[in-house]
Design a protein. Structure first.
Length: 451
């Protein structure tokens, strides 16, 4: 009788460990160690949804895909599913361990924690199911990445091994800077730019501060928009972002300026750059750098001038006219497309974006600067200036996120009643959109509790 009772108790405990998803994906709830134990018990790989609370596509995937019956059937059959916030608790360490650079990231790992496959972003239910099928297929590979790592660490350096190792890491989205450098040393310089090696560099480049990046930067125009060319440009953009993080961590302004030059050259492959466009791209890099390195004086000097002279100088009316003109051009280009493309979900989203493309960009930039002021400054003059920028962002796009920024500035300025009212509106609007309002409600409670 006792054995039966213990068995029933354990069974109930296992079921209780899963989040309540009756028709969709059943997510295991517990620590990372417990997830690994559960995966070993079920002899299944693990699917990890790594998200952040501010990520729009993360929220869409959670709302649209995870409750879907087909997604649930696929994932519940083949994986132990787990979701974790990359910015909280164990999620911080997992994001570092698996080198997460964008959200959402879908990781597929073995029951031992070895990476099997990764997918970045969300491209709808069909796309998620396709990624799951790829992960299932890759999981059958008898030689996991950990074994390749051991061979490399033991000193194996022949070109054939390194080429295969680079391809393996590229499929998993793992950085390969030193390995790529080692590979280039094993082959003559004259062979660096063969089509086969350019393809290998395109799939493996992960740092802008590397020989591989410089080779691709020189030869990418020749590749054009071929499959290799597109892969090279995409990975080079990711390498720029990765290198910017590294430059910020080192607080190295000289490397920042070199990176700005490389980014400008890379951006010119996509479209001709005017001096104004190049200056604005460089400014965004510098603003990011000074904000992340907590150089408040430099950030305030650059951000304040940019917000007042560039962003606020454009009237709401002029931005609306630009929106209308841009959307009209979009409709004209769309008219020549087949219905199958016009009616696609991605095209509908693009249409919604184009309706306020110009005003939306200005609103977003004003909000970002206003929030940075809220986080780093306390002088009432600075905060009131940030509030003016926040007010303009709301004129252009009264989104819950921008309302939240506005409410925080009002609260920090001691305008409690106005702050509470604005945050309550943000909560109501976020609810109307069908999104989780927990974080907004927590901030609202803090505002109400302030004296």
């Amino acid at each position: 009788m006792k054995k039966i009772l213990v068995l029933v108790t354990l069974t109930l405990a296992v079921f209780a460990a899963y989040a309540d998803e009756p028709t969709g994906v059943r997510f295991f709830t517990g620590t990372w160690k417990e997830v690994l134990t559960e995966a070993q018990r079920q002899n299944k790989p693990i699917f990890i949804d790594i998200y952040t609370t501010w990520c729009g596509p993360c929220k869409l995937m959670s709302k649209e895909a995870f409750p879907d019956a087909k997604v649930g059937e696929k994932f519940n059959t083949h994986f132990v599913s787990y979701k974790i916030d990359a910015e909280k608790g164990e999620g911080i360490d997992l994001a570092k361990k698996y080198r997460i650079t964008a959200y959402p990231t879908s990781l597929f790992v073995s029951a031992k924690g070895d990476l099997i496959y990764r997918a970045i972003g969300y491209s709808g239910i069909k796309g998620l199911l396709e990624e799951a099928d790829k992960a299932i297929e890759v999981s059958k590979d008898p030689k996991p990445l950990s074994e390749w790592d051991k061979e490399y660490e033991s000193g194996k350096r022949d070109s054939e091994f390194l080429a295969a190792y680079l391809k393996k890491r590229a499929r998993l989205g793992m950085p390969s800077g030193p390995i790529l450098d080692d590979y280039l040393k094993t082959i003559p310089e004259a062979q660096w730019t063969t089509l086969e090696n350019l393809e290998l560099l395109a799939g493996s480049v992960s740092s802008a501060d590397s020989k591989a990046f410089d080779i691709l930067l020189e030869h990418a125009p020749k590749l054009g928009m071929s499959k290799i060319g597109r892969e090279a440009l995409m990975n080079m953009q990711m390498a720029i972002r990765s290198s910017l993080k590294e430059v910020i961590s080192q607080k190295d302004e000289q490397k920042l300026e070199k990176l700005i030059v490389k980014n400008e050259k890379l951006a010119s492959f996509f479209r001709p750059l005017t001096p104004e466009m190049a200056d604005e791209m460089a400014l965004e890099f510098r603003l990011n750098f000074y904000r992340q390195t907590k150089n408040t004086d430099q950030y305030r000097q650059l951000a304040g001038a940019y917000a007042d002279t560039k962003l606020m100088s454009q009237s709401v009316e002029s931005l609306r006219k630009k929106d209308e003109a841009g959307y009209k051009r979009f409709e004209q280009s769309q008219a020549m497309m087949p219905d199958s493309i016009k009616n696609a979900e991605q095209m509908k989203k693009m249409g919604a974006y184009m309706k306020k493309a110009e005003s939306g960009q200005v609103a977003g930039k004003l909000n970002n600067i206003a929030w940075a002021y809220y986080e780093t400054l306390s002088d009432s003059k600075d905060l009131n200036q940030a509030l003016a920028w926040s007010n303009r962002s709301l004129e252009l796009d009264a989104s819950p996120m921008y309302m939240d920024t506005n409410a925080h500035l009002l609260s920090k300025l001691g305008r409690k009643k106005e702050a509470v009212k604005m945050q309550e509106e943000a909560v109501l609007k976020e609810k109307a959109l069908g999104n989780d309002t927990k974080s907004y409600e927590e901030e609202l409670a803090k505002m109400k509790a302030k004296p």
